[in-house]
Design a protein around this ligand. Structure first.
Ligand code: ZN
Length: 181
């Protein structure tokens, strides 16, 4: 592996962050409509984003997990899976759109903050998929929902729920493959 410059490493951190949102989102039934890493910070102060088609059915119930997945993936990338709460809090402060939305959810759901215990095992299990998608984002600057499914080794949208359920429940992969990039 070649050594990355600081600029390259920061771009990769953003790519991992957005890939974390996208992978965990897809596993909970979300369809990604936009997935980008930006070379120049946009008018909203973002250096990347992951957007979704309007949620239907139960996806909205998992919004907190999808929000948390970005900063948590970034924390794993920067500090390893044993990152501490202070490191995560600093990342949430740096990318405050996630933090603000999580705070809004916490208010409306009575005390829920960052759903780490639900998200971290999933992220760890799917880390090779997150890494593959992040590499694509880093290289191309954007990715599609199809790319997210490809990174997860899910062959078609019609079986998405089946695969997502298998991965979420912790089933040992066998009916699907997770490629390592
Ligand atoms: Zn985010």
């Amino acid at each position: 592996m070649t050594t990355l410059t600081t600029t390259q490493r920061e771009r990769l951190a953003v790519a991992v962050h957005e890939a974390g949102h996208a992978v965990i989102g897809a596993l909970h039934g979300a369809t990604v409509s936009g997935l980008r890493v930006l070379s120049v910070v946009d008018s909203e102060g973002r250096n990347g984003f992951c957007s979704y088609k309007p949620f239907s059915g139960p996806v909205g119930a998992y919004w907190g997990r999808i929000l948390a997945a970005g900063p948590m993936a970034e924390a794993v990338f920067r500090y390893g899976p044993q990152f501490n709460s202070g490191q995560l809090a600093a990342l949430l402060d740096a990318r405050h759109t996630d933090r603000d939305e999580l705070a809004r959810l916490a208010f409306s759901h009575g005390g829920m903050t960052v759903p780490s215990t639900e998200v971290l095992p999933l992220l760890t299990r799917c880390w090779s998929s997150v890494a593959e998608l992040a590499t694509r984002l880093y290289t191309h600057g954007s990715a599609t929902h199809r790319d997210v499914l490809d990174a997860l080794g899910v062959p078609g949208t019609s079986v998405q729920q089946h695969h997502a359920a298998a991965i979420r429940s912790g089933a040992v992969p066998g009916s699907f493959t997770v490629r390592t990039g």
